[in-house]
Design a protein around this ligand. Structure first.
Ligand SMILES: [Zn+2]
Ligand SMILES: [Zn+2]
Length: 645
């Protein structure tokens, strides 16, 4: 008997008869592997477990642990969807049906739109077909026969695909019971494993994504190998909806975007405004503590400045158009850097002054297409917590370390304990794309890398992703439901110091060019505020909460005392509110809960007599009565420590 040699991932080699399938080999390895196997990989290609092996090859049996195998599983689920739809609505025309990162879709043409009731019916049919454990079988059909098959069944989109994609005389198809599909595969062996899925929605799309082509109805499904993973995914989706900063921004009256004013422009309402003030106060204090100087620069400056900086060459598509003033052109600023550079350049600097750290809560305007705007996260006008550091080469590592430590402080204070760090380096094969010599790049990249290593910060290195003017470190925080958000960025710049001819007088008495670092911790106040709303689900910690305590008199009789309590809270520096509406206590509590006010102080006859307050916390519930002075001291402590409760 003829044999072939199969090399397994651990290097073990097996002699097997030619024609043995990966499924058979999986069974020999272990019954458990055979049960969990989804698909196989030979010499880099994914193949069906039932495909006979006909030459020496490497072989990996893939289970749900392999992301590629999960995508194959989802692709099979897409076929299951199409099989169910064809059984329920036989006249429907088929488009494409690929896996996507959380599941799959399949697209159809049908005169009537699919309704939610249809989706429920289709989902039930999918479960029915899955339970029958129908095999997914590969069939090779001559191309003319394949075209004929689709012509006869009026599947013109499939005809088009066969015409375009089939290069060989034989075309590969997959069948699932009565359902047949032109498909390269591979697929999982049968439908029985597909249990954890949910049809999510129907979306419109043009055939092949091209405007003017026929409209397809895409049915989207979430799909995982494990029910637990699907449940987690659906839960996360619910949580994301519950935390959506756009909805909470309206409900809590924090901010708005006004159509009359234009898209992507943020109006901070009083309650959002007070939160912003707290955030800014904290940041400004910390900036000064970290040795930054605070500056302010104009919002419009001569276009000429942006020509020197190179923004008109490299950044024009993100800038609002210039405006003419007295025959000169002015530009709304998209970045703060040139402004800070002019301050640095306003006089000759000595090495003794370096590093110079200029910080500004600088409002910039960028032209973003209206289609990509998204609440507070993607806007056209925003305020960066921007800073530029000018220093000597031997100071750079210390400066970078300070930036990273400052970023950690931000994460800690605002209650994030997970983060991801990326170092974006230059592409060494394309030095012509970058300003700065290859040696300078290496020096800069080493400085960034050494700092991260010395600080023991786990990080990913991404070559070729550096900004065009230098390498950078990006910190992404991970929020309460596991989503990463790009915030902090620390970027080297070889470009601007050269373009603006920046100098300092060195110890040797001669002139040198300083290094320049751009850095932002929050990125922008708007974006960070959006992230915070979602992180806290609108329930801001007491130090940030627009109203920290709501005083709720039980009745008319205690209103006088309630008024006194409110005044005392205000005198102590708290943001307190008296709810003196003629409402039942339950209604007042409910409203305070909806507003996510941290503390409710309930004032009844007993409290008025004893000079106490009955304390209720929005999350912990009733905490019982205590003297007002006690409450004030406790809240002061909570606010001073910026506790997150
Ligand atoms: Zn397919
Ligand atoms: Zn900058």
């Amino acid at each position: 008997m003829e044999t072939i040699q199969v090399t397994l991932p651990d290097g073990a080699k097996r002699e097997v008869p030619r024609g043995t399938t990966p499924a058979q080999i999986a069974k020999e390895i272990s019954p458990r592997l055979a049960k969990e196997a989804l698909v196989a990989r030979t010499n880099g290609d994914l193949i069906d477990l039932s495909r006979p092996l006909d030459h020496d090859t490497s072989l990996a049996i893939l289970t749900a642990k392999d992301p590629d195998a999960v995508q194959v599983f989802r692709h099979s689920a897409a076929h299951l969807l199409a099989a169910a739809v064809m059984e329920l609505y036989p006249g429907v025309k088929l488009g494409i049906g690929p896996p996507i990162d959380y599941g799959f879709f399949y697209e159809f043409v049908r005169p009537e739109p699919f309704t939610p009731e249809d989706l429920a019916k289709i989902e039930a049919k999918m479960h029915e077909l899955a339970a029958k454990d129908i095999p997914n079988e590969r069939k090779m059909i001559p191309k003319p026969e394949a075209l004929e098959l689709y012509r006869k069944s009026n599947q013109e989109f499939k005809c088009e695909l066969v015409e375009e994609k089939a290069q060989e005389p034989m075309v590969s198809f997959y069948t699932t019971g009565k359902f047949i599909d032109f498909c390269r595969g591979p697929h999982i062996p049968s439908t029985g494993r597909i249990k954890a899925f949910k049809l999510m929605n129907v979306g419109g799309a043009y055939w092949k994504g091209q405007e003017g082509n026929p409209q397809m109805q895409r049915i989207y499904g979430a799909c995982f190998v494990d029910q637990k993973e699907l449940d987690e995914y659906l839960h996360k989706l619910e949580e994301a909806k519950r935390r959506d900063h756009r909805r909470l921004g309206t409900e809590l009256d924090l901010f708005s975007i006004q159509d009359e004013a234009g898209p992507g422009l943020i109006f901070w309402h009083p309650k959002g405004g007070i939160i912003r003030k707290q955030m800014e106060d904290w940041l400004r204090t910390e900036l000064i503590r970290h040795g930054y100087d605070l500056v302010f620069t104009p919002h419009i400056m001569r276009l000429h400045l942006w020509q020197i900086s190179g923004h008109t060459d490299f950044y024009r598509s993100s800038m609002f158009g210039p405006m003419e003033v007295e025959k000169d052109e002015y530009q709304l600023k998209p970045m703060n850097c040139p402004g800070h550079i002019l301050i640095y350049k306003s006089r000759l600097r000595s090495y003794r002054e370096l590093p110079v750290r200029l910080a500004e809560l600088g409002t910039v305007y960028r032209y973003e297409r209206s289609g990509v705007l998204h609440g507070l996260l993607r806007v056209r006008g925003f305020t960066q917590d921007d800073a530029h550091i000018f220093c000597m080469p031997d100071q750079i590592e210390k400066e970078i370390q300070d930036c990273i430590e400052f970023a950690w402080e931000v994460l800690r204070v605002f209650g994030f304990d997970r983060y991801e760090v990326e170092l974006s380096a230059g592409d060494p094969s394309r030095p012509q794309d970058y300003p700065g010599t290859p040696e300078e790049w290496r020096h800069a990249e080493n400085a960034l890398m050494n700092t991260l290593k010395r600080m023991n910060v786990p990080h990913k290195i991404i070559p070729g992703e550096g900004a065009f003017y230098g390498p950078k470190i990006d910190v992404k925080l991970v929020d309460a439901i596991g989503r990463p958000w790009q915030l902090t960025t620390v970027q080297f710049d070889f470009n601007l110091p050269r373009r603006f001819k920046l100098e300092y007088v060195g110890e040797d008495g001669s002139r040198h060019q300083p290094l320049m670092v751009h850095r932002a911790l929050w990125g922008s106040i708007e974006r960070f505020f959006g992230v915070l709303i979602e992180q806290y689900a609108g329930a801001f910690p007491a130090w940030l909460a627009p109203v920290q305590a709501s005083v709720l008199p039980l009745s008319e009789k205690t209103i006088e005392y309630a008024r006194k309590v409110t005044q005392q809270l205000k005198d102590a520096g708290f943001r307190a509110h008296l709810d003196d509406r003629n409402e039942k206590l339950q209604a007042k509590i409910r409203d305070a809960q909806l507003e996510k006010i941290p503390y409710m102080l309930i004032i009844g006859g007993k409290e008025a007599e004893a000079g106490t307050v009955a304390v209720r916390h929005r999350a912990k519930g009733d905490l019982g009565p205590r003297p007002l002075e006690q409450f004030i001291a406790d809240l002061q402590q909570e606010i001073a420590s910026r506790a997150i409760v």
